[in-house]
Design a protein around this ligand. Structure first.
Ligand SMILES: *[C@@H]1O[C@H](CO)[C@@H](O)[C@H](O)[C@H]1NC(C)=O
Ligand SMILES: *[C@@H]1O[C@H](CO)[C@@H](O)[C@H](O)[C@H]1NC(C)=O
Ligand SMILES: *[C@@H]1O[C@H](CO)[C@@H](O)[C@H](O)[C@H]1NC(C)=O
Ligand SMILES: *[C@@H]1O[C@H](CO)[C@@H](O)[C@H](O)[C@H]1NC(C)=O
Ligand SMILES: *[C@@H]1O[C@H](CO)[C@@H](O)[C@H](O)[C@H]1NC(C)=O
Ligand SMILES: *[C@@H]1O[C@H](CO)[C@@H](O)[C@H](O)[C@H]1NC(C)=O
Ligand SMILES: *[C@@H]1O[C@H](CO)[C@@H](O)[C@H](O)[C@H]1NC(C)=O
Ligand SMILES: *[C@@H]1O[C@H](CO)[C@@H](O)[C@H](O)[C@H]1NC(C)=O
Ligand SMILES: *[C@@H]1O[C@H](CO)[C@@H](O)[C@H](O)[C@H]1NC(C)=O
Ligand SMILES: *[C@@H]1O[C@H](CO)[C@@H](O)[C@H](O)[C@H]1NC(C)=O
Length: 785
């Protein structure tokens, strides 16, 4: 079977070969002792053309590797790299072949072996071969018996777990497999972050730094829900089947794509130490993120290396502390921060002649997450703590909060703008010359002014101390309650973080939203609700239900406040405001088509999650561009979900919201039929039309002029049926949208606004249509109000 495949040259591959301009063209799926692979023009292609193997050069790299990549997508994305730690400089003279010991080996220009499958005990009376299979697996076996697998690539993964492959623990040998991240954007060598199943036998996965320091766990597997307890996103299973197996020989996790779904998907650990699941969306030619863990990049242990500090609100995330500079500028620019930072100036105690220079000093850093591995000691004052640090040259920082903590050597895992219990003021040791002003010449003037300054300083200090105490108390209080998933804020704390509700972000039917900044400098959006007459207990119960709903495409609730008559919700802050702002009120760049498509898809995912995956089905009742918020990457987040739970889907309230937005009302609101999730589908469809045209459906500008009727969806449906969707596209895009995608979105929109709710698709179906998994016919003309 396999040998037959080796001899055949499928016609598609043949035509590919003809396209390339060379005389020698090898394109089979097999390497044998008489065929080998060399140069960039040769590759293996699996039988059905799904995967390819050949020489690969990462972007921004000058080195070459033997890699397997997806052969069906336009962006070359490796799933396995053989010689990740032993790069090649010249593919033309390098060779992948079967060696005399039966192993698959990679030889460089000097015919030296740089990589080998390293199988011992191969029976040399039998010939071996390597076959690239259609699941992306490269298998070394005997030619005479291909089911006797000697080595296979999926048992030796790089940073990617493909559907169908396992990541687990062999109980006989105690060996647990690891996915190991790339070192940097451009370097596939083994980096410092890895993912593995608990070697002690439990069902949790760990992400580790340097194979020792675990900083994230998946939580144990739940067989009833088929998810890991700390990755609720896995519930969204339109596409995947997840499986965890534990038997006497092995424990492993694997996933597969549901039968009948045609999708390219991968699961990786990235160079920043986060794991994520992505699917390729052909229509936009991009990998789209399904979920990612840990959610915040700064939660990754040691991301910024020694003396580097992480900040979630800055890009790049990593920066050097005062008095330090990047150990390698090049690594930093390729997002490999693990080398951290080095001193600009040597410490006094390290210098050759310690007597001649000034003693080291301490630079004060506020709100720092403390580094790991402190040594604590009992002292009587801050001065004693400081001198304890000064007395040992390896001491690089201290903190003093009733107890004295000293840190030796490189400071790891720092984060600025941080105010949890393991953070505070850090005194960083620097050479005296790092502190600017040399005062020697100015003694006289200083003498004169000193008296006055001392008096003023004293006053300032007193004021500062009082204020700081207040602030510390406040931070301590806010953090104390943050232990659970939701923070219960006090009203005066919220007043403080929003500067007395001074920066208004917007106002809606339910109340006004203000921007705030938590003590750890996390930006938040604070929503003061009007007209809530619910009791505190009921409010808390509802809010805690909403708080458990987490999804990439839903705005995350951080906390709430329920004091006296105040009912306040606190959300994560979205830097790019809402779809409404971006579409209708933005003076900046126009949203391009691919972003719009992502927004349509993401919003559909968020809604599908609310409708189908939460414990109780949640109908949003109020889908419109104002309620689709956009994060810094323009990932859409549905907001205000769960209000229908707090308030009920109340017609009069919905009607007030709709005022001035004619056409958003699903017919069942009027006919009095029961409200189902299909009401959201209707609103979603109406919104899609605005996304396409870039205008309000009933605005006086633009399309309503062409359409005459004044209501864009009516016009759009007519054009769609006539087969002329190009006229519907936002003029600002100058026709820059693939016609096939545009048509797909128009069809979806038109199906969604069908009068009869049973003819409308579910949100889950919408997702599949936009992902290109389901095909869709031209809809009938909707009967609009
Ligand atoms: C990497 O390459 C891309 C283009 O291939 C370029 O835009 C980018 O600036 C490069 N990055 C670095 C750090 O060299
Ligand atoms: C193969 O074995 C050699 C010698 O034991 C070792 O240096 C090399 O890293 C191994 N290669 C692989 C790919 O495991
Ligand atoms: C190797 O294969 C030959 C031919 O099939 C067989 O006679 C021999 O016993 C095998 N040797 C081992 C060690 O399996
Ligand atoms: C080796 O080849 C012989 C004959 O070709 C065959 O009988 C035997 O099963 C093979 N051994 C293995 C391990 O495949
Ligand atoms: C081929 O290998 C498999 C697995 O080692 C073995 O079970 C089977 O008997 C072998 N078949 C032959 C014909 O040697
Ligand atoms: C565990 O490893 C041993 C030795 O490499 C191997 O023989 C066995 O098949 C492995 N078990 C599983 C379940 O993969
Ligand atoms: C495994 O168990 C040992 C002994 O109980 C413990 O010291 C170790 O930390 C555990 N490892 C992990 C990764 O949990
Ligand atoms: C990682 O651990 C090894 C020993 O396990 C150690 O030699 C190495 O220095 C560590 N790397 C870093 C960056 O600390
Ligand atoms: C799967 O999708 C790809 C690209 O979208 C297409 O080329 C291929 O024919 C599809 N395969 C099947 C079996 O539908
Ligand atoms: C400095 O501190 C380190 C780490 O605690 C310790 O090993 C070393 O002995 C100390 N050196 C002196 C001179 O006290």
């Amino acid at each position: 079977m396999a040998s037959m495949r080796g001899n055949l040259l499928p016609s598609s591959i043949l035509s590919l070969c003809l396209l390339s301009l060379l005389s020698v063209c090898k394109s089979t799926d097999t390497i044998t002792s008489i065929s080998s692979l060399s140069g960039t023009n040769q590759k293996l292609t699996s039988a059905q053309g799904k995967f390819a193997l050949g020489f690969y050069q990462p972007p921004n790299s000058s080195y070459w590797y033997i890699a397997i990549w997806f052969n069906t997508i336009s962006l070359q994305t490796p799933v396995f790299i053989a010689n990740r730690n032993a790069p090649l400089t010249d593919p033309a003279t390098s060779q992948l072949t079967i060696s005399s010991d039966g192993n698959l080996v990679l030889l460089n220009g000097f015919k030296t072996e740089v990589w080998s499958t390293n199988v011992t005990g191969i029976n040399l009376s039998n010939k071996t071969q390597a076959v690239l299979e259609d699941n992306g697996n490269l298998v070394l076996s005997y030619v005479s018996n291909t089911s006797d697998v000697l080595w296979q690539s999926i048992d030796n993964p790089t940073d990617t777990l493909l559907p169908g492959s396992k990541l687990g623990l062999n109980k006989t040998t105690g060996i647990s497999q690891r996915l190991i991240a790339w070192k940097s954007l451009a370097d596939p060598a083994e980096g410092i972050f890895s993912l593995e199943l608990d070697p002690n036998g439990s069902s949790q996965y760990f992400i580790q730094w340097n194979k020792t320091e675990g900083y994230w766990t998946s939580g144990p597997w739940s067989e009833t829900q088929k998810i890991f307890s700390l990755i609720p996103e896995m519930t969204e299973e339109y596409v995947y089947n997840y499986k965890y197996v534990s038997n006497s020989q092995e424990n492993y996790f694997t996933y597969s794509i549901k039968p009948g779904i045609n999708l390219t998907s991968r699961f990786i650990i990235n160079h920043n130490g986060q794991i994520n699941q992505q699917t390729w969306v052909d229509t936009i030619q991009q990998w789209v993120l399904f979920w990612s863990q840990p959610r915040q990049t700064c939660e990754v242990y040691g991301l910024c290396g020694p003396y580097g500090s992480c900040n979630v609100n800055k890009l790049p995330y990593c920066n050097c502390l005062q008095g330090f500079t990047q150990q390698s500028k090049n690594d930093y620019s390729l997002e490999d921060y693990s080398g951290g930072c080095v001193r600009k100036t040597k410490l006094q105690c390290e210098s050759s002649d310690p007597t001649k220079v000034q003693q080291d000093k301490f630079y004060v850093l506020y709100n720092m997450r403390f580094p790991d591995n402190s040594k604590s000691m009992q002292v009587n004052s801050a001065e004693e703590c400081e001198s304890a640090c000064l007395n040992n040259c390896s001491c690089s920082a201290y903190s003093y909060k009733s107890v004295c903590n000293l840190w030796h050597g490189g400071l790891m895992n720092l984060q600025d703008g941080y105010t949890s219990s393991n953070g505070g003021t850090l005194y960083l040791r620097l050479a005296a010359s790092e502190f600017s002003a040399s005062k020697r010449n100015k003694r006289l003037i200083i003498g004169l002014v000193a008296g006055g300054i001392v008096a003023i300083l004293f006053c300032i200090i007193v004021i500062l101390v009082v204020m700081k105490r207040k602030r510390d108390l406040r931070s301590a209080r806010m953090l104390k309650v943050s232990q659970g998933t939701l923070i219960a804020f006090r009203y005066d704390d919220l007043q403080f973080v929003t500067k007395n509700f001074s920066e208004k972000l917007g106002a809606g039917a339910f109340g006004s939203v203000y921007k705030g900044l938590l003590p750890d400098s996390t930006a938040i959006a604070v929503k003061k609700l009007d007209g809530f007459h619910q009791g505190e207990k009921q409010f808390r119960a509802e809010v805690s239900t909403i708080g458990t709903i987490q999804h990439v495409n839903l705005v995350r609730l951080i906390g709430f406040c329920s004091e006296a008559s105040y009912r306040i919700l606190v959300y994560e802050y979205m830097p790019n405001s809402s779809l409404e702002t971006q579409l209708f009120n933005s003076r900046d760049a126009v949203l391009n088509w691919s972003t719009r498509y992502q927004i349509a898809l993401g919003t559909a995912r968020g809604l599908a999650y609310l409708h189908e995956k939460c414990v109780d089905c949640i109908i949003h009742c109020d889908i419109k561009p104002e309620n689709i918020l956009l994060d810094d990457n323009f990932v859409p987040k549905v907001s205000d979900f769960g209000f229908s739970k707090l308030l009920g889907c109340d017609f009069s309230r919905v009607l007030t919201t709709m005022r001035g937005a004619r056409g958003y009302l699903a017919p069942e609101w009027i006919t009095g039929a029961p409200i189902t999730p299909k009401a959201d589908v209707f609103n979603y469809g109406v919104m899609l039309f605005e996304l396409i045209s870039g205008h309000r459906n009933n605005s006086d500008q633009g399309y309503s002029k062409i359409s005459g009727s004044g209501f864009f969806p009516t016009f759009a449906a007519t054009k769609l049926i006539e087969g002329d969707v190009q006229t519907l596209l936002d003029h600002n895009l100058n026709g820059e949208a693939p016609i096939e995608e545009l048509e797909r979105v128009c069809k979806v929109a038109c199906w969604c606004i069908q009068d009869d709710e049973t003819t409308r698709p579910t949100m889950g179906q919408v997702v599949q249509i936009l992902e290109g998994i389901l095909e869709v016919n031209t809809p009938p003309m909707p009967v609009l109000l």
